[in-house]
Ligand binder design. Structure first.
Ligand SMILES: Cc1cc2nc3c(=O)[nH]c(=O)nc-3n(C[C@H](O)[C@H](O)[C@H](O)COP(=O)(O)OP(=O)(O)OC[C@H]3O[C@@H](n4cnc5c(N)ncnc54)[C@H](O)[C@@H]3O)c2cc1C
Length: 405
């Protein structure tokens, strides 16, 4: 029997993990990625935990300890700059770009096709054909939708499942650590720092710098500030000075100056002086709308959804990359086992996990965004906004908690 041919749509985390795991099992794999160049650093810091290491190992890759900056715990500052709460927790904080480049280096260029955007899918009797927007076509035994939260693959096979705006967005920043005043850096280095504000908390930590350097003085400081906002306010933030609305995300340099100025003013009003200094040092903050959803199915005949295309949780859980790795390596095992039954067992297992992670993200973010007037929600929100809970639960691995939800 010839090796199964798998066309992977999307060459980011899920797509790369899938290519590596499937190739290790002898599949004939090719990746088709919409972006024409190497994917840029998306500015996301990634918290590592046992689950990430285990998922990555199962995909046949050994993440090295030196792939990030050591963090010894968490610290929450009060508005006046005093310390409100601390939590010991050893973690390596890495960056999205560093993991991406590490995975990308393990996939031969010959099977990674950039600048190819999927536009359509044609099911065959015993195969499936991907149709790209340049008119080219590729026929394979399986088509993997690893094309992210706004998946084209999902839009074709399950148009009813859409990522939903959760009622808050994040202001984000990624700056040279040398721009952070020394006395502030001393307080926030090697810890995940938090500060509570009305409408959402702020958090930040050091990650690898340019060229993936971990050299002190040359790393980046990564931060995010969740802000409650209705859909109209988000749309306004994604509209540039010429009136153009950037639905999928606004390029950083096009964010209107008055919005950045208003954010800086709010930082002055609500956040600790240490955090204000970090925000002041950030010349070009950027915006990220927060969305979540979970698919009802992952297997649609010969089309399979994995990673964020299958389900996207709010970033508080910090499990997006390990979920993508797990989806990918367990799919490769199920395919190797062969038969519809193995795939159906895989789908049930991964859906259960995805639902739990999405629900866990909703709980962690329950105090941000719209607040329904029901006592159960109010009690939940009050619980998750407590400093000790926020510090202990954010991007920490505690699988049993959410699997038991
Ligand atoms: C603020 C923030 C913080 C986060 N922090 C963490 C963290 O600490 N830990 C963690 O594990 N996760 C974190 N995540 C989540 C993590 O970044 C994602 O879960 C992960 O990148 C998902 O990978 P993916 O490959 O499924 O999707 P994506 O990374 O979105 O990749 C999808 C790819 O598909 C391509 N594509 C899209 N459409 C098409 C098409 N039609 N044809 C061809 N290609 C297409 C895109 O160009 C893209 O490269 C965070 C996310 C955010 C927003």
């Amino acid at each position: 029997m010839s090796a199964p041919r798998v066309a992977i749509i999307g060459g980011s985390m899920a797509g790369l993990f899938a290519a590596i795991a499937l190739r290790a099992r002898g599949c004939d794999v090719a990746i088709y990625e919409r972006a024409g160049e190497a994917l840029a650093n998306r500015g996301a810091g990634i918290a590592t935990h046992d689950e990430l290491y285990a998922a990555v190992r199962a995909a046949g890759i050994e993440l090295r300890a030196e792939m990030g900056v050591e963090s010894h715990g968490r610290i929450m500052f009060a508005r006046d700059g005093s310390v409100l709460h601390t939590q010991d927790m050893h973690q390596i904080m890495t960056s999205w770009g560093l993991i991406y480049r590490f995975l990308r280096a393990q996939v031969p260029d010959a099977i990674y096709h950039g600048g190819r955007a999927l536009a359509g899918i044609e099911p065959g009797a015993d195969n499936v054909t991907a149709v790209f927007d340049d008119g080219s076509r590729v026929t394979a035994d399986w088509l993997l939708g690893a094309d992210g939260a706004r998946s084209t693959v999902r839009a074709i096979v399950a148009p009813q499942t859409q990522a939903e705006y959760v009622g808050y967005f994040g202001w984000r920043g990624l700056i040279d650590e040398a721009l952070v005043p020394g006395e502030v850096l001393e307080q926030v280095a090697h810890r995940m720092a938090f500060c509570m504000a009305p409408g959402g908390h702020w958090l930040g930590y050091l990650v690898a710098g340019p060229g993936d350097t971990l050299e002190p003085g040359r790393r980046w400081y990564n931060w995010g500030w969740y802000r409650s906002a209705d859909a109209a306010t988000l749309a306004d933030h994604l509209t540039d000075a010429s009136g153009h609305y950037h639905e999928g995300g606004i390029p950083h340099h096009l964010i209107r100056d008055e919005l950045v100025a208003a954010m800086r003013e709010q930082a002055h009003q609500y956040l600790a002086p240490q955090i204000q200094a970090i925000i002041t040092a950030t010349r070009q903050p950027f915006l990220q709308g927060m969305f979540d959803f979970c698919s009802e199915r992952l297997v649609h005949d010969r089309v399979v959804l994995i990673g964020d295309a299958a389900a996207t949780a709010r970033p508080h859980v910090g499990l997006g990359v390990s979920k993508a790795a797990d989806d990918a390596s367990s799919f490769a095992s199920a395919l190797a086992d062969g038969g519809a039954e193995a795939l159906s067992r895989w789908e049930a297992r991964r859906l259960r996990y995805a639902r739990a992670v999405v629900a866990w993200g909703r709980d962690l973010g329950s105090y941000i965004g719209p607040q329904p007037d029901d006592p159960q929600h109010r009690a939940k929100a009050a619980h998750y906004r407590r400093p000790e809970v926020l510090l202990r639960a954010t991007a920490a691995s505690d699988p049993q908690t959410y699997l038991d939800l």
